[in-house]
Design a protein around this ligand. Structure first.
Ligand code: F6R
Length: 607
């Protein structure tokens, strides 16, 4: 989730680019850089906040009226000056910035190295600079087209060369890219707010399109070279709205980013037959085969992701899997040992309790794997293995897209371990792989049909207490749905396994009390429905999250939140989305500060 800027026009490019990068700051980043073309191409880049780059530019200014810039959120290679963008080819004539992930980067890098290329960074982006330079034959757009033909994955790639000094060429697949049309000047950016104070007229570049900008304007083509006639979008958002991509809140924006997050987290890591390639997971098949117990430790939403993980690992690996709150595990003298795998899950990679539990597990000889969203975070630094979720920076305190990415990470890990152990066969691994690849489109479908969710929000908005039920994987999702509702709506809610209801909590179910039941798991469907009937018999108001193919559920539930049918193992990814939206709509109806709920912080770095 990097930020991109480009400028061609009469003004000095560097200040405009720097200003745009600052406006993209909310996307989060770990390093930044800028390149300006002025007969030669000069590059400045610095690890850390934009202030570092500003200081560098004060010391060594850049002059020129064509330029590109970038804020980086690391995916390949640690945050550092060298890994910061822009990247150049060996001659320095071509320079690129890139947002996204090149999935076949390793193969391309090896091919280029075999041909004598020498790389100065660990990034996937640098190979793109080499590829464009190799393909160049007098036409930058043609060279970019040929270069991306060889690259698989997601990208917004922006390229500049001193050989055609008054133009910038960019191409998009999945990662966002917009063109801002000024008067005698043209801008490129990954997001509208970066240039909103220069112009309100935009061209939105779609997937597999290439755009060439000059001071006269922009030409859009398909990646195969057919002309595209794109309507100009006139934007009248205020700057605050623009940062949120037109959404009212970051939380809603982040919920809507989930299809892309799933695609990016899977990107280049999964073969059709279920073989998982996890770049920083270094254990070998012998370790997987000898594994005794899987431990998962985390807090809050990350812990709830771990509850889903427990079911996944037990089913796929047929191994005992223990999930512990990190703040409990660290004081519980856990029987974790050599030959075990401990997975510490943390969006930030900085949660104090999770770090402490992970450290304790590592001291006791277990192999420690960090499942985290932040490259170079403390957790990632002392783990034996790291699996980065690729959710990009999450701004809303209530975590949504990071949770989904944690689930995807655990499916990938389960496939990596399960195939190595032989605890699932090829056919099953293939089925899971297909199911995972369908999830982005399915989540998109849920996001497009939220009428029933709004209706459910209206039905529960004035409740005093709300209960969430489910069994197995559905219970894990119910836990997360309940937490989301609590933290932003401030309603009291509680989740429990459906079978537990009659052991006490049923006493609280009276006329009109909302009970939200997640009922996707076919093996326990009837059992969950019996709990629902107990609720109905006491006048409870039942809202169900169920497959769109479930024809029975309407007999029991007043409102049904439909999700596309999947393999039951994968259902949590779809099932959590209506619950995130439900929490969002309830909080909105209650007029709360959704992105910054009271008393809560995004990162809990104290014990
Ligand atoms: C809830 C939420 C928190 C975090 C928890 C752990 O929406 O975001 O419960 O999940 O504080 O944070 P990380 O994942 O950064 O360790």
């Amino acid at each position: 989730m990097c930020g991109i800027m480009g400028y061609v026009g009469p003004q000095e490019a560097a200040p405009i680019i720097m200003d745009g990068l600052k406006r993209l700051e909310y996307r989060g980043y770990d390093s930044a850089g800028v390149a300006v073309s002025n007969g030669t191409i000069d590059v400045r880049k610095a690890e850390g906040k934009i202030a570092g780059l500003v200081a560098l530019l004060d010391e060594k200014p850049l002059e020129g009226t064509v330029g590109i810039g970038h804020t980086r959120w690391a995916t390949h290679g640690v945050p550092s000056d060298l890994n910061a963008h822009p990247h150049t080819d060996p001659t320095g004539d071509f320079v690129v910035v890139h947002n996204g992930i090149i999935e076949n980067f390793q193969t391309l890098r090896e091919e280029l190295e075999a041909g004598g290329s020498v790389f100065t960074s660990q990034t996937d982006t640098e190979i793109l600079a080499h590829l464009v330079a190799q393909e160049y034959d007098g036409d930058l757009a043609a060279a970019v087209r040929k270069a991306v033909e060889r690259a698989e994955g997601a990208y917004a790639l922006v390229v500049m060369t001193k050989r055609e000094p008054r133009k910038i060429v960019a191409v998009r697949k999945i990662s966002p890219l917009v063109v801002g049309l000024g008067d005698g000047e043209t801008f490129l950016a990954s997001d509208i707010p970066a240039v909103l104070h220069h112009t309100r007229d935009f061209l939105i570049i779609e997937d597999d399109e290439l755009v060439t900008i000059t001071e006269e304007g922009a030409t859009v083509e398909t990646i195969t070279g057919d002309p595209v006639d794109r309507d100009v979008l006139h934007v009248d958002w205020d700057p605050g709205q623009a940062e949120k991509g037109g959404f009212e809140h970051f939380m809603l924006k982040e919920i809507h980013e989930q299809p892309t997050v799933i695609t990016e987290t899977l990107g280049g890591r999964l073969d059709e037959d279920g073989t998982a390639w996890l770049e920083d997971v270094e254990f070998d098949d012998d370790f997987a085969r000898g594994l005794d117990t899987v431990w998962i430790t985390a807090c809050g939403t990350a812990y709830h992701a771990g509850l889903v993980g427990r079911e996944i690992f037990q089913r796929v690996l047929r191994l005992p899997t223990i999930v512990e709150y990190a703040h409990e595990m660290r004081y519980s003298d856990p029987m974790v040992k050599e030959g075990d795998l401990t997975i510490a899950i943390s969006q930030s990679g900085e949660t104090a309790d999770t770090l402490a539990a992970a450290r304790l597990a590592a001291e006791r000889g277990t192999r420690m794997l960090a499942l985290t969203n932040v490259v170079g975070s403390t957790l990632s630094r002392y783990a034996d293995d790291v699996l980065y979720t690729r959710a990009g920076p999450e701004i809303s305190v209530a975590s949504t897209k990071a949770y989904i990415a944690m689930l995807i990470g655990q499916y990938l890990l389960a496939l990596r371990l399960g195939v190595a152990r032989g605890s699932i066969d090829r056919d099953r691994a293939t089925e899971i792989s297909h199911g995972l690849n369908h999830l982005p489109a399915q989540v998109e479908e849920i996001l497009e049909n939220d009428e029933a969710i709004v209706e459910a929000a209206q039905a529960i908005v004035d409740a005093d207490d709300i209960y969430f039920l489910g069994r197995g994987l559905d219970y894990a999702v119910a836990m997360e749905g309940s937490l989301k509702l609590k933290e932003i709506s401030y309603l009291h809610s509680e989740a429990m396994p459906a079978g537990e209801l009659k052991h006490g909590t049923l006493a609280l179910i009276t006329e009109g009390v909302p009970v939200i039941v997640v009922v996707t798991q076919r093996a326990t469907y009837d059992k969950t429905i019996s709990a629902v009937q107990e609720v109905k018999a006491r006048g409870g108001k039942v809202v169900a999250v169920a497959y769109d193919t479930d024809t029975e559920i309407e007999k029991f539930a007043e409102i049904v939140l439909r999700i596309p049918e999947t393999d039951d193992l994968l259902a949590p990814v779809n099932a959590v989305v209506p619950l995130q939206l439900l929490a969002y709509h309830v909080a909105r109806l209650r007029g709360h500060d959704i992105d910054q709920p009271r008393n809560l912080a995004k990162s809990v770095t104290v014990e």
